[in-house]
Ligand binder design. Structure first.
Ligand SMILES: [Zn+2]
Length: 244
C-alpha cells in the first residue's frame, strides 16, 4: 500500500473491489486532488508500445502515461459511472490531474470515470462494481423478487379459486344427489301409501272373508237340514223296506 503524507486530503484504504482512495478532509468541487503520473510511453517506440497493463492512461495517439508505478497514488482511484471526480487531461503538457467535480466529504471514496474504452475492455466483461451499478443491480434484483412474489401470489390466488370452484361443484353434486334421494323417498312413500290403503281394503276384504265366515256359518246352519235329509233317507228306506 502506498504511503500518503498526512497533509494530503486522502488515504489508500479498503474498498468494495480491493483498494481505493478515500478523502480524509473535505475536498471542494473543482479542487485538484492528485496528479496521475508515471513514465511517458511513446507508441512510436516498439519497446514502449509492447508495455501492457491496466494503468496505462492514453493522452494522445502517440503519448501514454504508464501509471503502474508504485508512487502514483492516483492509480488506487477506482472507476465509477457516477463519480465525484474527473481526470483532467492536458495533452500538450502531457499531464493528467484528478479533480473533484462534487464536494467530497471525509470518508468518501474518490472515483472518476475511466472512459468507454476501459469500461468496455475491463469492466463490462466482469460487471462494473461501482456504487451506481451496484444500486442498479440491487434495484433489478428487488424488482425480480417482487415480480416473483407477485406471480406466486397470483398462482396461489388461482389455486384457491380453483379449490373453491371444486368445493362448490362437490357441494352442488351432493345437493343434487340428496335431492334425487329425497325424490325417490317421496316416490316410495307414495307407493307405500297406496299399499297402506290396499291393506285397509284388504281389511275390508277380510271383512268380506268374515262375511264368508258368516256364509260358512250359514253353511253350518244348512248342515243340520242336510243331516236331517240323510237321516230321512234311511227312514225312507226302512219305510220302503217295511212296505215291501
Ligand atoms: Zn458502474
Amino acid at each position: 500500500m502506498a504511503t500518503v503524507s498526512a497533509n494530503k486530503p486522502y488515504r489508500v484504504g479498503r474498498s468494495r473491489t480491493g483498494l481505493g482512495l478515500f478523502a480524509t478532509k473535505p475536498i471542494k468541487k473543482g479542487a485538484k486532488i492528485v496528479r496521475y503520473f508515471g513514465p511517458l510511453l511513446d507508441s512510436k517506440k516498439k519497446k514502449d508500445d509492447a508495455i501492457e497493463n491496466k494503468y496505462l492512461f492514453e493522452l494522445t495517439n502517440r503519448w501514454t502515461i504508464d501509471g503502474s508505478v508504485r508512487a502514483n497514488v492516483a492509480r488506487y482511484i477506482n472507476h465509477a459511472c457516477k463519480p465525484n471526480a474527473e481526470s483532467d487531461v492536458k495533452p500538450r503538457k502531457r499531464k493528467v490531474i484528478i479533480r473533484a467535480i462534487k464536494n467530497i466529504e471525509p470518508g468518501d471514496e474518490i472515483n472518476y470515470d475511466y472512459g468507454t474504452d476501459y469500461f468496455k475492455a475491463y469492466l463490462k466483461p466482469i460487471g462494473c462494481k461501482c456504487a451506481a451499478c451496484e444500486k442498479k443491480r440491487k434495484k433489478k434484483r428487488a424488482e425480480a423478487r417482487a415480480e416473483k412474489l407477485r406471480l406466486k401470489a397470483k398462482a396461489e390466488r388461482k389455486a384457491l379459486k380453483e379449490a373453491e370452484k371444486q368445493k362448490a361443484k362437490a357441494a352442488r353434486a351432493r345437493k343434487a344427489k340428496a335431492k334425487a334421494k329425497e325424490k325417490d323417498k317421496l316416490k316410495l312413500v307414495a307407493k307405500n301409501g297406496t299399499k297402506a290403503n290396499g291393506a285397509k281394503t284388504n281389511g275390508a276384504r277380510l271383512n268380506g272373508k268374515s262375511l264368508n265366515g258368516k256364509a260358512l256359518n250359514g253353511h253350518g246352519r244348512k248342515a243340520p237340514t242336510a243331516k236331517s235329509g240323510i237321516l230321512a233317507k234311511p227312514q225312507q228306506a226302512a219305510e220302503s223296506r217295511a212296505t215291501a
